[in-house]
Design a protein around this ligand. Sequence first.
Ligand code: ADP
Length: 345
Amino acid sequence: MFILVLNSGSSSIKYKLFNISGKGEMLLDKGAVERIGQKVPTHREALAVILDKLHSRIDAVGHRVVHGGKFREATLVDKEVIKEISRFSEAVPLHNPAAVMTITESMKLISRVPHVTVFDTAFYQTMPERAYLYAIPYRYHEKYRVRKYGFHGTSHRYITRQAARILKKSIDRVNLITCHLGNGCSITAVEKGKAVDTSMGFTPLEGLIMGTRSGDIDPAIIPYIMEKEGMDMNAAMEMLNKKSGLLGISGVSNDMREIIKAARSSKRARLALDMFVYRIKKYIGAYLGVLGKVDAVVFTGGIGENQAGLMKKISGGVLPKNSKTLIIPTDEELMIARDTYSLVS
Ligand code: ADP
């Protein structure tokens, strides 16, 4: 079965084409159309460019969706799916509106084949209430569905499966702490193969220190700085999402390679790196407490996959002797293709 996986952002669509059957999985092609809005006018034209390039039969399409609200697993697209994705557009304004555009346009351009949505949030629907609720008045949860949703779930789910295979354990018997460290960073506690807690929250802003996101912060700091600086809510959100994290502390870059280079001469780059590592250690310690017993800490993402030494140092300081440190390259698109295959076939 030829499966096209589409991963759309506000100004780009990335794609991979797989051939998946009962016998195996093969990546046939991959690429991206970038600068939508400049180079190509809209997501529709970007899709046309991709289809032109591929020139292939397509039997099904798998869509990555960042925020899937209530959905617990991959789902065939229908009106209710589109409604739920649109409902969470405010929480992830760079991702969900783009996904809706790509889904609706691709259903017109690649018609008569099943379209499947795979949600980053789905992996976290197994978290218990005590982990996903915020201790604010309960009515906001009831009225607006404010809760921890978690993100990067497709990546955490993929590395959980891979880790179980490497550890030679069945998935429902592994306890893991999985760390996705890329531009965005998140960490998840996995008990018997299921997510029981994660660092990202109602939006991807919570948790670890990221390239440009602050991660955890005392919420009272926000109105305090807004008042001092005469900032409105949009500017405050922009500050926390785009100007904080490694970039905000170092003043050098949001890119870990640059931070590592600059750390030789810049005190603030060293501080950014130090804070980044410290926050991860704190979360690993907390999730050890949540899980009790941990088979392995798993690292992935651009930083996790390329800084093995640093990752071993991070986990080595916190982990009990009998837990392993694993570095596993992630493949969210393959996971989406697998989900699409199993739903459609
Ligand atoms: P995304 O989250 O956008 O998918 P990636 O997973 O590719 O991004 O991660 C990007 C991050 O990985 C950047 O901070 C980048 O600096 C970092 N990175 C990539 N290669 C290396 C490397 N060799 N050493 C350290 N960091 C790296």
